[in-house]
Design a protein around this ligand. Structure first.
Ligand code: TNX
Length: 616
């Protein structure tokens, strides 16, 4: 897939000219991701019980579906069951396909006048995105799951022309470390669609669980989907093929393509527990019940391993009509291969010089099977080691370098580097966040610059946010980790980089919080928490610098164990630690109200952090 056509200068100029409107505080113009061009006009359209959808005389089934989708969303909160008609000269939301538009296939044009809302696009997908923008122009109550009376359902008059910067705008969910059921996955697809994301990468197999039913190998689901945790508790879950089809169809209605990931040659212990004969040692194994990577991987010397994988893929491929299939490829330990007689034979026979080449042989052999079935393979950037499989798409996660290298070799790339896209990392101070590792603040996601210098931009398909779930046991926490950081990711993938503006983005994120509250979506408010930097000065005294991620907050703190409020000391400059202090307590206030969480951190913990900071 090629990067969508670059946005014309005219659009940029239009946006700059209209930026005073956009940057304003008008809540009704809070569309995320920011449209490429938006001009506000006077007046508004009022949606009421008599408003109808107009989808044209031909009553295209695809437009009818789009209309029906939003009809039911609007019904929930307004109680209005809008009619779907052929035409309507006033009080109508007109959905139109216009192939002559000078816009990409996912783009749309939205015109709102007091009489009419017109959404035009080349494709139903474009119309769908135009309608998502309409929803965001309505008051936040539109997201309510129950009827709300006494709301003026106004849509401000606007002229929007919009299309994505990148064709691949994804989210990955790992359901192997912690399983999440179909209903929850569907809810995430709904939310992704609101922000015009179009690929759902479903990490279905790993050392810790195998989560997809394979009829020919029933033990994969029977054995591979049940884990005994280290504390003796059981964690289990898999999807039947019927459920998979249901999710794929549900996603398609939201213009989201589902990409399954079947991990190989590593991250395969759940499969090997069920069928140990495809490992080098023969097992027996148990599903991995501590985090980290398992050493036992598929045997690369045994032809039966490839037959097994082929059989699995033969069942997986028809379930996913999209053109991509992810075969993992990351973090494969090769120590057993080194000792395994069959693997050694394979290396000899195939003239493979080292274990990296054996890994490459493995990936290439499976990639060829997948490609024979008409699919393109995606692999994590380790598939570069020992030589890339022809046509393989590289998902660059260990920074951008894998992506750069792959693009230099002429391969397509999906950028998902840890320091912008890893939604399993902390997003605020570790003392108040659920336990995990490393740091990725909202701002880090927003700074995501996909195209490094020196690569052919057309090979960068786009990017995605990744949620690994080692430390995410509960579905509410999945949402907490994804939102709002995925808003930043969606904007970096949709909106032209030149139009990005952190301050304006934060305003919109804050408006979105209200919408999430209304629709029962969990999210993190970590942007309101203080950021604390303990460090040693030249005299080796502990000092504390603090700041906030967003503007408009003041920090109040105490060292005497009392709870800070606006009458406490306000932070203005680097602090020294008073004698006998044992704890710093600090909270951010927005005007008179406490905005973020109270952070309590002992002086000992601050010292430890300062030391760790020095090591970095
Ligand atoms: C690396 S990213 C992994 C995952 C872990 C993740 C934790 C990648 C291809 N592999 O298996 O869950 O780090 O952040």
């Amino acid at each position: 897939m090629k990067r969508a056509l670059s946005i014309s200068c005219l659009w940029i100029c239009l946006l700059v000219l209209s930026s005073s409107v956009i940057m304003g505080q008008d809540n009704h113009l809070d569309i995320t991701p920011t449209p490429q061009s938006l001009v506000q006009k006077n007046g508004h359209f009022i949606l009421n019980s008599k408003t109808s959808f107009a989808i044209g005389k031909t009553q295209r089934a695809d437009l009818k579906k789009v209309a029906a989708y939003f009809q039911s969303k609007i019904l929930y909160s307004t109680g209005y069951n809008l009619n779907i008609k052929n035409s309507g000269s006033s009080n109508a939301i007109s959905l139109q396909i216009d192939k002559s538009l000078k816009i990409g296939n996912e783009g749309y044009q939205l015109t709102v006048t007091p009489k009419k809302v017109i959404v035009k696009a080349k494709t139903p997908q474009g119309v769908f995105y135009g309608m998502q923008s309409v929803m965001q122009l309505l008051p936040p109550q539109i997201e309510s799951e129950t009827i709300i009376d006494n709301v003026a359902w106004e849509i401000p008059c606007v002229e929007i022309k919009d299309e994505p910067a990148y064709g691949y705008r994804g989210m990955m969910l790992d359901v192997c470390r912690h399983f999440h059921d179909v209903e929850f996955v569907k809810k995430q697809l709904d939310i992704m669609a609101m922000f015009k994301m179009n690929y759902f990468h479903w990490h279905l197999t790993d050392d810790h669980l195998w989560t997809i039913e394979i009829k020919k190998y029933p033990r994969l689901a029977e054995v591979g989907s049940v884990r005994r945790n280290a504390d003796g508790s059981i964690h289990r879950g898999f999807y039947t093929q019927e459920q998979i089809k249901e999710v794929v169809a549900y996603a398609a209605e939201r213009y989201i393509t589902v990409i399954p990931e079947v991990e190989l040659p590593g991250h395969a212990l759940a499969a090997l527990t069920a069928y140990p004969e495809y490992s080098c040692t023969g097992g027996p194994f148990e599903l991995r019940n501590k985090w980290g990577v398992e050493d036992n991987v598929y045997c690369a010397g045994n032809d039966k391993t490839f037959e097994f994988l082929q059989d699995i893929l033969e069942e997986v491929i028809p379930l996913f009509p999209g053109k991509f299939l992810h075969i993992g490829g990351d973090e494969c330990y090769k120590g057993f291969w080194e000792k395994c007689p069959k693997c050694k034979m394979r290396m000899q026979k195939e003239h493979l010089k080292n274990l990296e080449e054996l890994q490459s042989y493995f990936v290439k052999r499976v990639a060829a099977m997948v490609q024979k079935r008409g699919k393109q393979v995606i692999g994590w950037d380790e598939i570069l080691e020992g030589g890339l499989a022809p046509e393989a798409i590289v998902m660059s996660w260990r920074g951008m370098k894998g992506g750069i290298e792959a693009a230099k070799q002429g391969h397509s790339v999906i950028m998902t580097p840890t320091d912008h896209c890893y939604l399993d990392f902390y997003q605020g101070d570790p003392t108040v966040e659920p336990n995990t590792y490393s740091m990725l603040r909202l701002q880090d996601c927003y700074k995501y610059q996909l195209i490094p210098d020196s690569v052919d931009a057309s090979l960068i398909m786009g990017g995605q946010g990744n949620l690994w779930t080692e430390s995410v046991p509960h579905y509410r926490q999945v949402e907490y980790m994804i939102w709002p950081r995925a808003l930043a990711i969606s904007e970096t993938l949709w909106t032209d980089a030149r139009l990005r503006n952190w301050k304006f983005f934060v305003n919109r994120v804050e408006q979105q919080f209200e919408r999430f509250d209304r629709s029962g979506v969990n999210y993190a408010r970590s942007i309101y928490d203080p950021i604390i930097y303990p460090h040693w000065d030249k005299e080796h005294q502990l000092k504390i610098a603090m700041k906030t991620e967003i503007e408009g907050l003041s920090l109040f703190y105490t060292f005497d164990n009392t709870i800070p409020d606006i009458y406490s000391n306000m932070y203005t400059d680097t602090l020294s630690i008073p004698k006998n202090a044992s704890m710093l307590r600090v909270a951010a206030y927005k005007r008179q109200e406490q905005a973020g969480r109270l952070i309590d951190i002992t002086i000992d913990a601050l010292k430890k952090r300062a030391a760790e900071g020095e090591k970095k």
